[in-house]
Design a protein around this ligand. Structure first.
Ligand SMILES: Nc1ncnc2c1ncn2[C@@H]1O[C@H](COP(=O)(O)OP(=O)(O)OP(=O)(O)O)[C@@H](O)[C@H]1O
Length: 235
C-alpha cells in the first residue's frame, strides 16, 4: 500500500477517560496519544477490562474523554454537541458489532438502506440501487429480499458491513466482529476488511483472535488503560 498518501484519520492527544467509582475515580484510559493513518486496517487488542471498548467509544464519539482531544478526519469530535454528534456519526463512522444487530423485521436490503434514510445522505430514488450495489460488493447481492434470520452468521455480518458502508463513511469500526463466527467465515470477513482498507477506508477492529494478526498493518495493544505496544505488523 502507498503510505506516502496517508494522513492521520484518527488523532487522540493525551486522552484520559475516568469513571466515578465508590473510592473516587477510576481511569479506564490513561493519557493516551495515538495517530492512525487513513486507508489502514488496524487492530486493538488487550485483555478483558484493559480499555478497548472505552477507546472505541471515544473514537466513535459515543463517549467523551475526561481530558485530552479526539480529532477524527479533522473534526474535534469531543467538542461536538449531542445533536451534532448524531449527525456526524451517521455520516462518518460505520459500526460493525459482534452480534450483527440487524433489524429482524426488515429485509436485508431495507437494513442497508436504513442509514441513508436516517441521514438523508443520498436521494431517495438512489438508495435501493446503492444498497444493492453494496450487498453485491460484500458478496450477498442475491440475498437482498430475505430477512436476517434466514441468513448464516457470516452472511449477516456481511449485511452489517454493507450497512456500515451505506453512507460512505471514511471510518469503519468493528467490535469483536468475528467473535461469533467460525474460523473460515472469520477469514472471509477479515479479507473483506482488508479490501475496504485498500479501497480507501480506515478500518479499526477490536479482536482477540491472534491468528488474523497478519491482516493488520498495525496492532494497538492496551493493558490497564495504557498503550503498551503499537507496532507495525510485517506482512
Ligand atoms: N461506566 C463505567 N463505570 C466504571 N467503570 C467502567 C465503566 N465502563 C468501563 N469501566 C471500567 O473500565 C475498564 C475498561 O473497560 P472496557 O470496557 O473499555 O474494557 P475492554 O478492554 O473493552 O474489556 P472487554 O474485552 O471485556 O470488553 C474496566 O475496568 C471497566 O470495569
Amino acid at each position: 500500500m502507498d503510505h506516502q498518501q496517508s494522513k492521520p484519520l484518527i488523532e487522540l492527544s493525551q486522552v484520559t477517560k475516568s469513571y466515578p467509582v465508590a473510592s473516587g475515580s477510576f481511569s479506564a484510559l490513561k493519557n493516551i496519544t495515538l495517530k492512525i493513518d487513513s486507508r489502514q486496517l488496524i487492530s486493538i487488542t488487550g485483555k478483558s477490562g484493559s480499555g478497548k471498548s472505552t477507546l472505541l467509544n471515544l473514537i466513535t464519539g459515543i463517549d467523551r474523554p475526561t481530558e485530552g482531544s479526539v480529532i477524527i478526519n479533522g473534526v474535534r469530535v469531543d467538542k461536538l454537541s449531542e445533536f451534532e454528534l448524531a449527525s456526524w456519526r451517521g455520516k462518518n463512522v460505520g459500526v460493525v458489532f459482534q452480534f450483527f444487530q440487524l433489524l429482524p423485521t426488515l429485509t436485508i436490503l431495507e437494513n442497508v438502506m436504513l442509514p441513508m434514510d436516517f441521514c438523508n445522505t443520498y436521494p431517495k430514488k438512489d438508495r435501493r440501487e446503492r444498497a444493492l450495489a453494496l450487498l453485491q460488493m460484500v458478496g450477498i447481492g442475491e440475498q437482498a429480499e430475505k430477512f436476517p434470520s434466514t441468513l448464516s452468521g457470516g452472511q449477516q455480518q456481511r449485511v452489517a458491513i454493507a450497512r456500515a458502508l451505506a453512507n460512505d463513511p471514511p471510518l469503519i469500526v468493528a467490535d469483536e466482529p468475528t467473535g461469533n463466527l467460525d474460523s473460515q467465515t472469520a477469514t472471509a470477513i477479515f479479507e473483506l476488511f482488508a479490501k475496504l482498507a485498500t479501497s480507501g477506508k480506515t478500518v479499526v477492529v477490536v479482536t482477540h483472535e491472534r491468528e488474523f494478526s497478519s491482516y493488520f498493518e498495525s496492532t494497538i495493544n492496551i493493558a490497564d488503560g495504557v498503550i503498551v505496544k503499537a507496532a507495525a505488523v510485517q506482512v
